[in-house]
Design a protein around this ligand. Structure first.
Ligand code: NAD
Ligand code: DAU
Length: 337
């Protein structure tokens, strides 16, 4: 079995590569990533020591490079994690989100069709459903919830989903889609809520909480996401969409306070800043389809996962300190002043 993992040098793609390498001793994995600001080869350090993994640098929007890759490698499975993934960056500059997330998906799927890949999996997001009200805990996103996007990021991911469904219907493309809630865990780029708050708390810097910190996200430990994607690829129905989430809704402010408490830092570091434009209020996934049809259940409780994550950032300071001292300095100044 030969699997292509795009976006393998990012947060979830890299965790997925490690999951595959440790779970399937006979399978070969080729990682493809253009190494944007969010891609980091250091993250794949241990994987590159493994003879069953190879990294190839390239852009999923580059039709010639993608064609050459598929011609040379003859993949059985393609999993597309590659994306521009940060909502705030999409609000400042949507162009690259449309190119990578929509045109990149089209380019990959065209190659997957040409080279007769037996399974194409699109890693999507719960953000394609828009948001839910804060005062209706009974409402959850199901696979039937209408697409209703808020940010250029979520609009680009929803467009890609529609294309995947069109390729399935029009060309019989053997595709599946997963829509997961917020992930956390090792190797997450420190622009995202949890690693950003850990890094700032450790440096005794202000923790920038948008609005009043009352927005709700449904958090899932990254390894649980990897298990779910793998299950969908191996056992899921072709043409199907699966939501992934672990019923773990938390207000942003509660997470920030939890991090401060674990690190023994004062709540006076919390600084309320201007809200994100179009900020989605609440995400909450109904995972009953993947649970009942494929038997998936999350394994990591948030109370354990968050401690493991904070400890990982404490133990791997070099990894993120190098990141936040590079291009990220300019982004941080522009974003937070
Ligand atoms: P990330 O930003 O950490 O990593 C994205 C990776 O894609 C990087 O390594 C980057 O270099 C690579 N990439 C970007 N543009 C590329 C291009 N044109 N060609 C090749 N590689 C390119 O993102 P992540 O958080 O790991 O998210 C991975 C996927 O999961 C994305 O599709 C995202 O939409 C989805 N997702 C993320 C979450 C989350 O909470 N992080 C939740 C649900 C779904
Ligand atoms: O739901 C899945 C999505 O989760 C993925 O599709 C995205 O790729 C991923 O980035 C994530 O999107 P969010 O916008 O929910 O994640 P982020 O970490 O940027 O923000 C989480 C919440 O924290 C959100 O309500 C905004 C808030 N926030 C974020 C930052 C960066 C702050 O209050 N302050 C901050 O500085």
């Amino acid at each position: 079995m030969r699997t292509l993992v795009t976006g393998c040098a990012g947060f979830i793609g890299a965790n997925y590569v490690y999951y595959l390498l440790s779970t399937y001793p006979d399978e070969e994995i080729i990682g493809f990533d253009s190494l944007t600001y969010a891609g980091n080869l250091e993250t794949l350090g241990n994987a590159t020591q493994n003879p069953r993994f190879r990294f190839i640098k390239g852009d999923i929007t580059d039709g010639d490079a993608v064609d050459a890759l598929f011609a040379a490698e003859r993949f059985d499975i393609v999993i597309n994690f590659a994306a521009e993934s940060h909502v705030d960056r999409s609000i400042s500059d949507a162009g690259v989100f449309l190119r990578t997330n929509i045109l990149g998906t089209q380019t990959l799927m065209d190659a997957a069709r040409r080279y007769k890949v037996t399974r194409y999996h699109q890693v999507s997001t719960d953000e394609v459903y828009g948001d839910l009200p804060l005062n209706r805990p009974d409402l959850l996103f199901t696979e039937e919830t209408p697409i209703h996007t808020s940010s250029p990021y979520s609009a680009s991911k929803a467009s890609a989903d529609l294309l995947v469904q069109a390729y399935h219907r029009t060309y019989g493309m053997p595709a599946t889609i997963s829509r997961c809630s917020n992930n956390y865990g090792p190797y997450q780029f420190p622009e995202k809520l949890i690693p950003l708050m850990i890094a700032n708390a450790l440096a005794d810097k202000p923790l920038p909480v948008y609005g009043e910190g009352l927005n709700v996200r449904d958090w899932l430990y990254v390894e649980d996401h990897c298990v779910a994607v793998d299950l969908i690829i191996r056992k899921g129905g072709i043409g199907e969409v699966y939501n992934i989430g672990g019923h773990n809704e938390m207000k942003n402010i509660d997470i920030v306070k939890m991090i401060l408490k674990h690190l023994g830092k004062p709540e006076s570091l919390i600084t309320y800043v201007t809200d994100r434009k179009g900020h989605d209020l609440r995400y909450a996934i109904d995972p009953s389809k993947i649970s009942s049809q494929l038997g998936w259940l999350p394994r990591t409780k948030f109370s354990d996962g968050i401690v493991k994550t904070i400890d990982w950032y404490l133990d791997n300071r070099q990894w993120w300190e190098r990141i936040i001292s590079g291009e990220y300095v300019e982004y941080y100044k522009k974003m937070y002043g």
